[in-house]
Design a binder for this molecule. Structure first.
Ligand SMILES: *Cc1c(COP(=O)(O)O)cnc(C)c1O
Ligand SMILES: [Zn+2]
Length: 480
């Protein structure tokens, strides 16, 4: 066995979740031309991978972690499970994936009352998990451009912030023939998230309304014009995001039987990908038991929670009108990937029982309190990571977590992308619609020790003495 670029080539097909029709994977399709359903991609030759047993695959993937071939360092560490018709030259690698699993600090675990860790997906290049999907989708686009000799292609996405940051970054890196356009709901992404596509040189277009509205616009563009859509209707992104499952399994020595994964749910692509990844590993014998998956939704944007909270025979799918949420990246009332969730959740529970897939609901207050608490204990979680932690707290309160289970919380983006919400918490300035009342004991603010005039007309040495004196008085320092 070597860590050379693999020789296996699969054959990818789109499978429609609406009518079951299949379409070859060598052209860009988003929804079924026949029934409008969403797709999942499948390797027609997947069964031939079963020639090797689970131990062989585990060994191969472990060896690849030592490879210096960058094409095998990111999501394509799991090449055969990803998009195995790509050649090495197609693969785009910006350092995404293999994000750290960081055990919650001892004090935080004590507070929460169980053992858990964060998987810090904010440590991806554009600071969210969206890079996983983009690495795969852009590699596929490069393959298309190469094999079709396309000379120009516009990449387009609507976004709650992180998708556009990731899409603009990868498009800027690949360069010609790609050009990136992002469509954002005006005033509904954080200043940090807005700065990202601007910095990457994308054309940034804003429309009034919320994400769901922008998504409708992008759908019309994708249907009628020659553009590459990078929203999660693009199934190649789902493939890339499966890497989260592969890495989690690998980190825990390929034994995930006692894991409970907590995943914030917005457009539902991430939770789809994670379930799909675990199911593939199970099929190949790479893992022998599935973990439990907990999706988490805010009560301000909870269509998936509402669906699954009804008894099985009473479930009806209904989009909701969202209300403002601090988990802004998951503030979606009509998730594109819901049919994918339904399909994969069904497969999950049929293999591992009803308790293997659940959705929990949290309040905005719980999300904010959880994020602030986590970060005060040395973590770097975003509001959606706070949502994961709030989900764990509620799941524990509902008695859903057993002794000996270990929770892995997906912190989907970096803390600094959502520092505006931290500011609102610390300064008690949340608009009332958010329904968040800060715990002012947790508020933290800079303190100006000397007025600006203290620096004027004095030497550096004199200022240093004054400054030091002010610090000594503030901290009550005793001399040594
Ligand atoms: C996109 C996003 C989500 C929601 O993921 P879905 O795949 O849309 O369910 C959650 N958190 C962050 C930080 C995101 O960027
Ligand atoms: Zn169809």
């Amino acid at each position: 066995m070597s860590v050379d670029f693999p020789s296996y080539r699969g054959q990818m097909e789109y499978r429609c979740l609406g009518c079951g029709r299949r379409y070859p994977g060598d052209s860009l399709l988003y929804t079924c031309p026949d029934c409008g359903g969403v797709f999942l991609l499948q390797d027609v030759r997947f069964d031939s991978l079963k020639e090797h047993d689970g131990a062989w695959w585990r060994d191969l993937f472990d060896k690849r972690l030592m490879s210096r071939t960058t094409a095998l360092r990111g999501v394509f560490t799991y090449y055969e499970l990803m998009a195995p018709m790509l050649e090495e030259e197609d693969i785009v690698y910006l350092g995404e994936a293999h994000t750290p699993v960081v055990a919650a600090s001892g004090a935080l675990q004590d507070k929460v009352g169980c053992a858990f860790a964060f998987k810090n997906d904010g440590q991806n290049p554009s600071a969210s998990f969206k890079d996983r999907g983009m690495a795969c989708a852009f590699s596929y686009l490069k393959w298309l451009c190469r094999t079709r000799q396309w000379d120009e292609i516009l990449t387009v996405c609507a976004s709650t912030g992180d998708t556009s940051a990731a899409a603009a970054l990868y498009a800027a890196y690949v360069g010609k023939p790609l050009k990136s356009v992002v469509l954002l709901p005006h005033g509904k992404v954080t200043p940090q998230q807005l700065a990202q596509p601007l910095g990457s040189g994308a054309t940034v277009l804003e429309l009034p309304g919320v994400f769901d509205d922008c998504m409708k616009v992008v759908e019309i563009l994708a249907e009628k014009y020659r553009v590459a859509l990078l929203n999660s209707k693009n199934s190649w992104r789902i493939l890339g995001q499966e890497s989260f499952a592969y890495e989690t399994a690998q980190w825990f020595g390929w034994d995930v039987a006692n894991l409970c994964l907590f995943v914030p749910v917005g457009n539902s692509g991430n939770i789809t990908a994670i379930m799909s990844g675990f199911l593939k590993m199970k099929e190949l014998g790479i893992i022998t038991a599935l973990p439990r998956i907990f999706g988490v939704q805010s009560e301000h944007a909870d269509p998936v929670y509402r669906y699954y909270s009804a008894p099985r025979d009473k479930r009806v799918w209904e989009p909701v009108t969202v209300r403002p949420s601090v988990a802004q990246a998951a503030m979606i009332g009509n998730p594109v990937s819901f049919p994918r969730v339904r399909e994969l959740a069904e497969r999950f529970v049929s293999e591992a029982g009803e308790r293997s897939f659940q959705i929990v609901q949290v309040t905005e207050q719980q999300i904010m309190d959880a994020m602030i608490q986590a970060n005060r204990h040395g973590h770097i979680v975003c509001t959606q990571g706070g949502e994961s932690l709030a989900g764990l707290l509620n799941a524990r309160a509902l008695g859903l977590i057993g002794e000996g289970e270990y929770a892995v919380l997906d912190s989907t983006a970096h803390q600094i992308k959502f520092s505006g919400f931290q500011n609102m918490y610390f300064s008690n300035t949340f608009p009332p619609e958010y329904e968040v009342t800060p715990d002012m004991n947790l508020a933290n603010r800079p303190e100006l020790l000397l007025p600006a005039s203290a620096r004027e007309g004095v030497s550096v040495a004199e200022f240093a003495r004054k400054g030091a004196q002010a610090v000594v008085e503030r901290l009550n320092l005793s001399s040594k």
